[in-house]
Design a binder for this molecule. Structure first.
Ligand code: PLP
Length: 381
């Protein structure tokens, strides 16, 4: 039995055009992009082409793209680098940030920075009144994600950035789950820095970027040979960067098709879910189109994920990036969802190759598994 992949917010498969663009850089002798000979110059030209493709997809200038090896790295770079040259004050981040924002912020405590989370409401939207209250004291940086990886909730980043800029602080957004799913414009979001990652848009692992306003005084992430304008030294992963560039070009070209296709799948899925007495999180606010996060009363998310996996459907019980934890989703807890319901959370994230037929197969599998598990545990709807 071949399984149906429904975990596209965790990672995506490599697009065949992306692989094609990468292969020459893996097969033939490629030069070090800093070398002056023809091999080096060719690699440098290819990287700069990829930089332009990433910039275009992000609504940014080429000179604003700093390549990193992962979204995690870009987020750590933003949090540490953007605060390092300021007097230590507070670092603010939304209570639903990915740990690769909240943990580096917390780790800066040793240097005198205070990290503080900003509350969200029951639908997962930022409480801007709480942000305003926190901004009464000086803040070095505010980081609020564009779209949440679990609920899919989209924040009004331009408006938040305006509020943050008025206070004189720097603003970063993690747009890892926004790229390819939303029309993305660094300029319109009006932030100082923005993170994007290749493997969420059918590009390879090992490439990502921090899109950075060049006027920001940022401390380099890695010191060495001076690559990436001296901000992130280290010989470039040429093939991965070329793949990231191509994935960006394709994602930008297909974004509206991706959105309408996955929204249709999600809507059909959620219509079926409602008849199962499932609670759908954040369904009253704007979400990225491919994501559905829900819980079935009385059934553990982990149990359901395992049961669905056996039936050929790969879904997630929350954030794959923090799946080492058995704690309920911090995102749901921040939204005020009770521990028991939060423990039931399951995430389905669709991709462009999923079909309505797969959605009805998933719904059938869900129905029979929910019935079976309810009989086992004696829980009634
Ligand atoms: N930010 C968000 C919102 C994510 O969903 C993820 C990964 O799931 C990351 C950051 C980390 O990105 P990467 O896997 O490229 O390190």
């Amino acid at each position: 039995m071949s399984s149906v992949y429904l975990d596209h917010n965790a990672t995506t498969s490599l697009d065949s055009h992306v692989l094609e663009a990468m292969l020459p850089w893996m097969k033939a002798q490629a030069g070090n992009p800093t070398s002056r000979h023809i091999f080096g110059r060719t690699a440098r030209t290819a990287i700069e082409h990829a930089r332009a493709q990433v910039a275009e997809a992000c609504g940014a200038y080429t000179s604003q793209v700093v390549f990193t090896a992962s979204g995690t790295e870009a987020n750590n770079f933003a949090v540490r680098g953007m605060t390092a040259n300021q007097d230590a004050a507070q670092i603010l981040y939304s209570a639903i940030e990915h740990p690769c924002v909240s943990r580096p912020a917390a780790a800066l405590k040793q240097y005198g920075y205070k990290s503080q989370s900003i509350a969200v409401n029951g639908q997962g939207r930022l409480e801007t009144a709480h942000l305003a209250l926190l901004l009464e004291k000086p803040a070095n940086l505010v980081s609020v994600m564009l779209a949440n990886n679990e609920t899919g909730v989209i924040q009004d980043i331009a408006q938040i950035a305006e509020q943050v800029r008025r206070s004189g602080s720097l603003m970063h957004t993690d747009a890892v789950q926004g790229l390819g799913k939303l029309a993305l414009s660094f300029t319109d979001l009006n932030v100082h820095a923005m993170t994007v990652s290749s493997h969420k848009i059918n590009g390879p692992q090992g490439a990502a970027a921090l899109i950075l306003d060049k006027r920001v005084d940022i401390q380099p992430l890695l010191y060495g040979g001076g690559q990436e304008r001296g901000l992130r030294s280290g010989t470039e992963n040429v093939a991965a960067i070329i793949g990231f560039g191509m994935a960006c070009e394709l994602a930008a070209a297909n974004q509206s098709n991706f959105a309408s296709h996955t929204r249709a799948l999600r809507d059909a899925f959620e219509q079926g879910l409602r008849s199962l007495d499932a609670q759908i999180f954040s369904d009253q606010v704007a979400r990225i189109p491919n994501t559905s996060f829900f819980a079935v009363n009385g059934i553990e998310g982990e149990t359901l994920v395992t049961a669905l996996d056996r039936k050929g459907f790969a879904v997630a019980s929350g954030s794959a990036c923090s799946s080492d934890s058995t704690e309920p989703s911090h995102v749901l807890l921040a939204m005020g969802v009770g521990h028991d319901l939060a423990r039931g959370a399951v995430r389905v994230s669709f991709g462009s190759h999923n079909t309505l037929q797969q959605v009805s197969g998933l719904l059938d599998a869900l129905k029979s598994e929910v019935l079976r598990l309810r009989q086992l545990t004696g829980v009634t709807a």
